[in-house]
Design a protein. Structure first.
Length: 359
């Protein structure tokens, strides 16, 4: 159990009891934010591919059955799963470049997530899972294919006034909205995302500071592409803004047959995570399991600089082909989450950083 009893968390506990739309834990209790890391299906280790590590402001737990109808994701998405017709006080967008039953065009962002809000609070759930959420009309949120590979999720509870920022982020990454309804008096930026109405931004990158309802600091990164290789790698931009080298996990099957973007730029290095290790809860008890990058569809990175305490859950892989696609990341500041993710790295391929040219 983490010893986190700050004034902001106490205020969050008191002020959120009546909020309908929040991130929720495995007991259905509202939380300010959480991060999930799901293991792939590993037959040799008897992993079903549904086990995961759960991290929130006060604890880290090993949980089973991410598809549980009474679990973390189901509790969080309950407003969406129970929604039947447009109401004046609820809006949502489900976006995914690999939505149920089809794929989006490459011109849309390589991005996946859900936003839900009323005029008081809302949730942004950014993740890496294709076909998720699967079918709200049937109240089936987890796809059968979701067990195969490793996946990550980050959920943050925000006040309503932050959702114009999120709408701008989704516009910047050309999020493919496959299901959604935004009331007419909600932010225009959100309405335009549902309509897939996107304007070319002035800058290929959008970085925004966000603060959760409970006071936690986040940064969102959004990369736009005009179809030309002018936006560069998302992770170099994150490294520059956070002023740190990074260790990055991404779906490395995506590099088959394409060029690597390199690992060093502007005196910042990208180290590639190759093997992941995690302790999970199985029927037989807790067990340490490991896997390589070919079985992990998650996208995340952590800062290498010990004075920069950031962990980012991302949309995008690395590879020069990705320079042409939009996508983004949501980063959380804090030593405990970063410590957890650093411990997940069993082996990484370190980059030999290029020295800057002398003046």
């Amino acid at each position: 159990m983490w010893r986190v009893l700050t004034l902001s968390l106490l205020c969050w506990d008191l002020c959120s009891s009546e909020d309908k739309i929040t991130c929720r834990d495995e007991n259905g209790v509202g939380v300010d934010w959480y991060v999930l890391y799901k293991v792939p299906k590993l037959n040799n280790d008897k992993c079903t591919g549904l086990e995961y590590v759960y991290i929130d402001p006060v604890k880290s737990e090993k949980l089973t059955a991410i598809n549980d109808a009474k679990g973390v994701l189901a509790h969080t998405l309950e407003p969406l799963l129970s929604w039947k017709s447009p109401t004046p006080d609820f809006g949502f967008i489900s976006y995914n470049d690999q939505p149920p039953e089809c794929n989006a065009l490459q011109s849309f962002g390589h991005s996946k997530g859900v936003v839900m809000m009323d005029k008081t609070t809302g949730v942004w759930l950014l993740h890496s899972t294709p076909r998720f959420p699967y079918d709200r009309k049937k109240k089936v949120f987890w796809p059968n294919s979701g067990a195969v590979n490793g996946q990550t999720f980050i959920c943050v509870t925000l006040s309503y006034d932050k959702f114009d920022n999120i709408g701008k982020h989704l516009q910047q990454i050309r999020a493919f909205s496959f299901d959604g309804d935004i009331p007419a008096d909600f932010y225009t930026s959100l309405q335009d995302v549902v309509k897939r109405k996107f304007a070319k931004p002035k800058d290929p990158f959008l970085v925004q500071d966000l603060t959760s309802r409970g006071g936690q600091k986040f940064k969102s990164f959004a990369k736009y592409s005009s179809g030309k290789k002018n936006a560069n790698d998302l992770y170099f931009h994150i490294a520059t803004i956070l002023n740190s080298d990074l260790s990055v996990q991404f779906w490395q099957r995506s590099l088959r047959g394409v060029s690597s973007p390199g690992c060093s730029q502007n005196n910042k290095a990208i180290n590639t995570v190759k093997n992941i290790v995690m302790t999970v809860k199985l029927d037989s008890g807790e067990q340490v399991v490991s896997w390589n990058d070919c079985y992990d569809h998650s996208k995340w990175c952590v800062t290498e600089d010990e004075s920069k305490l950031w962990t980012c859950i991302s949309d995008m892989n690395r590879g020069q082909s990705q320079d042409e696609r939009p996508g983004g990341a949501l980063c959380i500041e804090g030593s405990e989450v970063r410590k957890e993710f650093k411990a997940f790295i069993a082996y990484k391929q370190n980059c030999a950083k290029k020295r800057p040219h002398p003046e």
